[in-house]
Write a protein that binds this ligand. Structure first.
Ligand code: CA
Length: 228
């Protein structure tokens, strides 16, 4: 899951970015409204944290432009405690949720998890596929109750497929949602990571769709998967 943080306060930006990275997400950050708007319009984010008081272009304008351009990713706005009218303007511009400053990063993380799972149509923070279960609060993976240790990239890949269970996800889509903007992206490495995840899980839940990508299904529903 790839996120964007748009916040001009450098300390706050760093705090959020660090906490989200530790939470298992890929995070890009922008320090003003123009940069944030550009990134949100050109990169495929799974969710965005957007401060409303920004230099160059204010947060409400950024959000309005994204929505006008057809960008539907969930957006969590950051507002000042006493500015209730900001929240109204934010929601009217297309925000999905808000947090008032000062905030606990734990609350921001919980709200982001909720936005991500709602966007993917899930009601719980624990996602499961047959014997495979991921706890998105702790970035923990278990198979039949036994903990499986994955690297952060492997976790992100599995979590992305878990959020989009049953759908075909292309390698390009995975690359776009697993790496930040500065990463040298090579979709061939995805195959390698999928192979490692399959090995670590020990159960066949990731189906290779030749020429299309991958699909996560409970075991037994992956008939015809030559890579299993
Ligand atoms: Ca600000």
């Amino acid at each position: 899951m790839r996120l964007l943080v748009v916040e001009d306060d450098p300390d706050l930006n760093r705090l959020l970015t660090t906490a989200l990275k530790e939470g298992g997400y890929v995070v890009d950050s922008a320090k003003d409204g123009e940069e944030g708007h550009f990134l949100g319009e050109t990169e495929p984010y799974d969710a965005v944290i957007l401060d409303l008081g920004l230099p160059e272009m204010d947060g409400v304008t950024v959000l309005q432009k994204w929505r006008k351009a057809g960008k539907t990713m969930p957006v969590l706005i950051l507002t000042a405690r006493d500015r209730w009218s900001d929240k109204v303007a934010g929601f009217d511009a297309g925000a999905d949720d808000y947090v008032t400053k000062p905030f606990y990063t734990e609350e921001v993380l919980a709200r982001i998890r909720a936005l991500l799972r709602r966007a993917a149509g899930h009601a719980s923070s624990e996602l499961e596929c047959g014997p495979v279960r991921i706890d998105t609060r702790a970035a923990k993976v278990t198979v039949n109750g036994a903990v499986v240790k994955l690297t952060s990239l492997e976790y992100r890949l599995l979590a992305y497929l878990m959020h989009h269970q049953g759908k075909v996800v292309s390698r390009t889509e995975l690359v776009e949602h697993l790496y930040d903007q500065d990463f040298d992206r090579d979709s061939n490495t995805i195959e390698v990571f999928v192979g490692r995840i399959r090995k670590k899980l020990g159960v066949n839940v990731i189906e290779t769709m030749r020429g299309l990508g991958y699909r996560l299904n409970p075991p037994g529903e992956n008939a015809g998967d030559a890579d299993a």
